[in-house]
Design a protein around this ligand. Structure first.
Ligand code: GGG
Length: 326
């Protein structure tokens, strides 16, 4: 059965790493049909709309979406796209790879980030000159959905350590609800878990990441703690992600558009290619996903490597090396 994959490169290095992932998927000879859509800063400048209706329809109708990176228009692009595919969970694995110079080489953590609310609902206003507000939304339903997803993920993937991140001692109403519901879900699963204040957790993740497995987080905390963990495993060029819904999903690297290196052909395609591996898993091409991850791991260990990992190779060199391994 042919799967239709929406491909939305977006901004900056998204334009470079997304074709790399498509090339690699082509090399795996899976039965995919790719349909490309525009989104981001350039299309916003040209048409006044960062996420054109045709691109929304592509993502809604496809079996899965590959997204590259969002720039200045991120809030108008990636947040609606996640909503279009009905995604409530953002899965962000942060792991260290053999042969790379990681600050913490024993890291294997998966952040399960709530993907619909918190401070990302966009409810902001200027109430008077020099005073602006942001409304943080936390609901019992979304907290239950992400906690159930997180505990289920830990059980399926044999993670012993589950941590619920929160800041309920300060955000008593919102994170108080998130924590209460997540603990209730943890108890109902009969699984062991810890709870952690997200600020202290940030420090512990740097000092002893090996003590953590699955970390269930409110939206902003998941965004930040996963980027922090990218820092201890070798950088944002290594972190893939899946935005998972009930019936659809979108896959994107954790990194953004990286305007400082965009257009130079030196962006690390690993995070995007590993996101494509998550897409393969999602569409039940498990064997191909494993082959792809192994090929990426081999290339990360032996090179060629892009400058973010200390090498001097380009995006295309790394992509070709992964395809050669396949
Ligand atoms: N590919 C990920 C990306 O473009 N990130 C830019 C960004 O600002 N993301 C915000 C978020 O992940 O919520």
């Amino acid at each position: 059965m042919t799967h239709e994959i929406a491909v939305i490169p977006g901004d900056g290095i998204g334009q470079e790493v997304t074709p790399a992932a498509v090339e690699v998927l082509d090399a795996l000879q899976v039965d995919f049909e790719f349909v490309e859509g525009e989104a981001g800063d350039a299309v916003a400048e040209r048409t006044g709309e960062a996420l054109p209706e045709e691109t929304r329809a592509l993502a809604a109708d496809a079996d899965a979406t590959l997204f590259g990176a969002a720039g200045e228009t991120a809030a108008d692009v990636i947040l609606p796209l996640r909503s279009i595919v009905g995604s409530f969970a953002n899965v962000r694995p942060a792991r260290s790879y053999p042969g790379l110079d990681a600050i913490q080489p024993e890291t294997d953590i998966v952040f399960i980030r709530e993907n619909t609310e918190g401070v990302y609902t966009g409810i902001e206003s200027e109430i008077t000159d020099g005073v602006r507000t942001l409304t943080r939304v936390v609901t019992e339903e979304a907290s239950r959905d992400i906690a159930e997803f997180g505990f289920e993920y830990a059980r399926k993937n044999d993670f012993d350590d589950v941590t619920i991140a929160h800041k309920a001692n300060v955000m008593r109403q919102t994170d108080g609800l998130f924590l209460d519901v997540a603990e209730e879900v943890g108890d109902s699963f009969g699984m062991e878990y810890d709870t952690a204040l997200m600020d202290a957790l940030a420090m512990h993740l740097v000092q002893r990441p090996e003590e953590y497995g699955v970390v269930i987080c409110p939206n902003l905390a998941g965004d930040m703690l996963s980027d922090l963990s990218a820092g201890i495993v070798g950088g944002l060029g290594l972190l893939p992600s899946a935005n998972v819904g009930e019936a659809n999903a979108l896959f994107e690297p954790v990194h953004g558009s990286a305007p400082d290196i965009a257009g130079q052909g030196i962006a690390n395609p690993a995070a995007m290619i590993l996101s494509a591996a998550m897409l393969l898993d999602h569409l039940e091409y498990g064997e191909e996903a494993d082959r792809l991850r192994t090929a990426v791991e081999d290339v990360l260990a032996e090179g060629p490597r892009t400058p973010d990992l200390g090498g001097d190779a380009g995006t295309e060199d790394v992509t070709t090396a992964v395809i050669d391994r396949l």
